[in-house]
Design a protein around this ligand. Structure first.
Ligand code: TXA
Ligand code: MG
Length: 319
């Protein structure tokens, strides 16, 4: 199959028009992987039911195979065929889907999902994304799509098609370019249990948003055990050292500014946290590609989505 011109030097990068969406759906049916935008970050998608296709995701990312994947669905009905929803899960899906929320729920017995997707866990992470390109590919293919962020394991997530082609290159045969992601941070992951809920990864939907819908506080974080490898201390890391809460740059540093603290870049000159979230990963990719030996980042307030920004920055700073 021909996928048009190779615009960025590696990988097939196509504007996400109808022809490209059809080509993507065909590729996915054929067991291939496709990179495509969601409103959070770009994902690397494969048919969640096809073990060979799922294995291609792990191979392209260099991902340890204990790390399970999020399954993307067109709607809650499709999700209910693979996951068991209790009342809270139902309320959260009603309130936040389609959108930047992933639910970790009990896996349905004999669910049509490859075991490699859940890495053998009794639960499954499931998300109904809002991005029109992802929704179009879900509709056209009729598949449930396993999709982690489309970056090398442990690296900075991609928020533009060019980040995907630069990071994964020819390991991805087709990349749909849908422009920059509007949220810019990975989805909030919430585990819903019989006795309550718990955030496993902070994201665009805040704990406050969730508590407002459910009317109950989260369970106390369980100690020690890592449930989402996004919780590993070092993750989302650029190749260079990262120093946080910097007001000025040292000579060898690239400073990512925020609000009144200007640098080589500024996440949001006006101090808008949603804008800072949308720009964060692009800023880290740019800093990594610069001549500077190290990266410094200005302080970002911890309120609202600032908590998710600081979560990613803290992990980016651990080497
Ligand atoms: O915004 C997003 O969530 C993006 C887009 C593409 O949807 N995806 C994403 O996927 O960030 P990934 O694979 O990079 O991160 C998924 C996280 C991992 O930390 C994984 O460990 C966790 O979800 N996860 C998956 N299944 C889980 C499960 N059953 N229980 C706990 N954590 C799970
Ligand atoms: Mg990731």
């Amino acid at each position: 199959m021909m996928f048009g011109s190779n615009t960025l030097g590696n990988g097939w990068v196509l504007p996400a028009d109808d022809a490209a969406i059809t080509a993507a759906a065909e590729s996915l049916h054929g067991g291939q992987i496709v990179a495509l935008p969601t409103e959070t970050v770009y994902g690397l998608a494969a048919d969640a039911h096809n073990p060979d296709a799922v294995a291609r995701i792990y191979a392209a990312k260099g991902r340890p195979d204990f790390n399970p994947l999020i399954v993307h669905v067109p709607d809650q009905r499709s999700a209910e065929q693979v996951a068991i929803f209790n009342g809270m899960a139902d309320q959260l899906a009603q309130a936040f889907w389609p959108g930047a929320l992933t639910l970790v729920l009990p896996l349905r017995e004999n669910a049509p999902v490859s075991r490699a997707v859940t890495a053998g866990l009794p639960t499954i992470a499931i998300r109904c994304p809002a991005h029109p390109v992802m929704q179009a590919v879900l509709a056209k293919s009729g598949l449930r799509l396993a999709a982690p962020s489309a970056n090398k394991s442990g690296g900075v997530s991609p928020t533009r098609a060019s980040h995907v082609s630069a990071g994964l290159g020819s390991a991805v045969p087709l990349i749909l370019d849908g422009g920059a992601c509007s949220a810019g941070l990975e989805s909030t992951i919430v585990a819903v249990r019989e006795d309550g809920w718990q955030i496993l990864r902070p994201g665009p939907v805040t704990a406050h948003d969730i508590e407002t819908v459910l009317g109950v506080a989260p369970l106390i974080a369980r100690t020690g055990k890592i449930e989402a490898p996004g919780q590993l201390a070092s993750h989302y890391a650029p190749s260079k050292p990262v120093r946080l809460n910097a007001d000025t740059a040292e000579a060898h540093e690239w400073l990512i500014g925020f609000a009144g603290t200007d640098g080589n870049d500024n996440l949001s000159p006006s101090g808008n946290l949603a804008q800072a979230a949308a720009n964060l990963f692009d800023a880290l990719h740019k800093a990594d590609a610069s001549d500077a030996r190290a990266i410094a980042v200005a302080p970002v307030p911890d309120t609202g989505i600032g908590a998710a920004i600081n979560d990613r920055l803290a992990r980016a700073a651990v080497r």
